[in-house]
Every structure is written in C-alpha cells, then in structure tokens.
Design a protein. Structure first.
Length: 226
C-alpha cells in the first residue's frame, strides 16, 4: 500500500478534502479541520532523482503573531546538524536575518539543533510541557515555524517526519506481486493501517501543540531599531 492509499483511508476515517492521484504514489495532500483550525497534510518524495528520494509527511497549521518570527527544532539525529551550527543558520526574514541557536532549551531537547530569530521569546515557547514531551518521545520528528512573507504576521507551523519515523512494515510501501492491493487482506490491513493512522494523528497533535505554544505568550516588545 502506498502513502496515497494510506492518506485516502485516513480521509475516509477522519474527513477533510483529499487531493491525490493513485499513480502518484508518494505525493498527496489532505486538508482537514483540526481542533483549533485548518490543517494541511502533505506526503511527498523529495530528492535529486527518483533513485535518491527522502519521503516526508508534513502537517501545517496557521497562526497569527505580532511580527515575523522563526523557530526550527530539527531531528536529533540529523547528520547535517553540524553544518548548520557552523553556518549559523542564516535565513532571510527581512530586517532580521540571523537565526540564533537557542542556549536555553529543555534538557530533553539538548541533542537537537534549535535555531530561532528571537531566543528570549523561544524560551517561553519551549515552556510548553506537551510540546516538549512530544518532541522528547519522537526524536526523529521536527517542528518549523516561520512567517509567510517578510513583515507578515501570518505564520505556518509545520511538524514533519521522514518515513523511517513510521512504524510501518516495508511491504506497506509496495503493491502485491499479483497486482492486487495488499490492503484487501484483512490481516495485513489490520496490522498496517492503524500504524499510519495513529502516527499521523500524533503528528497532527505535534503541529497543534506547537501552534498553541507559540501563541500562548505575547511576544516581547523589541528595543527600538530592531
């Protein structure tokens, strides 16, 4: 069963609006209403060629903040973390272009590379116990928050994971050699589908907790000139 088939089954179970093509096995979109607003769910394959692909699933919510803000909490095991530490995590945000590594992350997040445009505000964001607990449980998952445009108050809050973060058997990503859908086998479906369902539901929760954390506190007033 492909990701689009799993996404289709999730849509049938939970509702929303599905945009997917069966033959495009890895690229699908599901829009649905979350507990605190609309969510955009994407399954996609990214890479320089079809033989070198990373498979991601992303869940994105929207929030409105007082000013442009950026926060990126990367997976603890990401191999290129050191490269970003050397480069300083530069990102174009209009007036403020530097993302600073946050030195006051909770102990459970110390192995992650966390960059942010405003460390003092991020300290308050990371006081969210539900957010930190979810990130501590899933060290291979990540969160990214950023403004939709320079000087824009609308922000995207995205939780994302690679396929290896999913507890799915290898055969879930292939069709049966006979050409039949393996999901038609009740035993196979029962073993695999709940895994995708439960994992995506948890990823949705991570995105919503991140959105709640970044809107729980008013942003501090910046010194004049910043």
């Amino acid at each position: 069963m492909t990701w689009n088939e799993n996404l289709y089954r999730y849509w049938k179970a939970h509702g929303g609006t599905l945009f997917a093509i069966l033959e495009q096995t890895w690229d699908g979109t599901l829009m649905m209403e979350g507990s605190k607003g609309p969510l955009l769910i994407r399954t996609e394959a990214v890479g320089p060629s079809r033989y070198e692909l990373d498979y991601y699933i992303t869940v994105t919510a929207q929030v409105t903040l007082e000013r442009p803000y950026a926060l990126h909490i990367r997976p603890a095991s990401l191999m290129w973390t050191g490269v970003h530490q050397v480069l300083g995590g530069v990102m174009d945000l209009g007036k403020s272009t530097t993302l600073y590594q946050n030195p006051r992350a909770p102990k459970s997040l110390k192995k992650r590379h966390i960059t942010t445009s405003e460390p003092p505000f991020t300290k308050w964001v990371l006081q969210s116990a539900p957010l930190v607990e979810l990130l501590a449980q899933r060290k291979d998952w990540a969160v990214r928050i950023g403004a939709s445009a320079a000087d824009e108050r609308l922000h995207a809050v995205t939780a994302y994971a690679k396929t290896d973060a999913f507890f799915l058997a290898p055969e879930v990503f292939s069709m049966d050699s006979s050409g039949e859908d393996p999901a038609d086998d009740p035993e196979l479906s029962e073993r695999q589908t709940p895994s995708f369902d439960e994992t995506l539901t948890q990823l949705i929760r991570l995105a919503e907790e991140a959105a709640a954390a970044v809107t729980a506190w008013p942003m501090p007033i910046l010194p004049s000139g910043e």
